[in-house]
Design a protein. Sequence first.
Length: 213
Amino acid sequence: MRLLAIDTSANLCAACVYEAGGERGRAVLDLGKGHAEHLMSVIDTALKEAGTAYGDLDAIAVSVGPGSFTGVRVGVAAARGLALALKVPAVGITTLEAIAEECRDADPDRPIIARIDAGRGQAYVAAFAADGTPTLDPAAVGVDEAEALIRETGADTLLAEGKTADIGTYARIAIKRLEQDPHTASLPPRPLYLRDADAKPQGAFALPRKDAP
C-alpha cells in the first residue's frame, strides 16, 4: 500500500509518501499561515521525491486536529478532494493521537496523556492506554483541569506535548489502521473542532442599512 499523508493542523505544511516498508519522500514547510497557497506544491514535491504519481496512491491520510481551525480545514478538504478524485480511501488522524504515538515510540508500554496548548486558558487533551487504546476522548478543558488530570494519573503515565507530530507518524498510524481494518475509511475524514473558532464576525464594521424611501 502506498499512502500520501498530509498535515496542516499547526504551523507546518507537510506531506509524505509512505509504504509499509518505510517513507519514500517528504516535503515540509514551516509556514505559520498560508497553508492553502502552498499545500499542493508541497504534495507535488513529496510525490516527486518518492518517484510517485497521483495515480499510484492507494490511500490518503490527514491530520484532522485539534489545531489551527483554518489549517485543519485546508488539509481535510484537500484530502477529501484527492480521495474522491483518485477513488481511494481517506483516513483522519487526530493530532493528539499522533503526538501520543511519537511518545510511545520513545518509551513504549506506558499509558499516555497528550496535551496541546489551545490558548485562551485552555488545553486540548486525550488519554491512551499502554497499548494505544483511547481512554479519554479528545476534549478542550481549562488549563487547571488539564493539570489536575495529569496529577491524578498513575506515576507510570507519560505526558506528551506539542503542536503536531512528524508527518511520518501520521502515515504510519494510517497504514496500520487500514491494514487492520480496510473499512476504517468508510466515512470521509472530518475536522475535529473542540471549541468555537477564535475569529468573530466584525459586526462593528457593518455598513448601516439605508431606509427605503
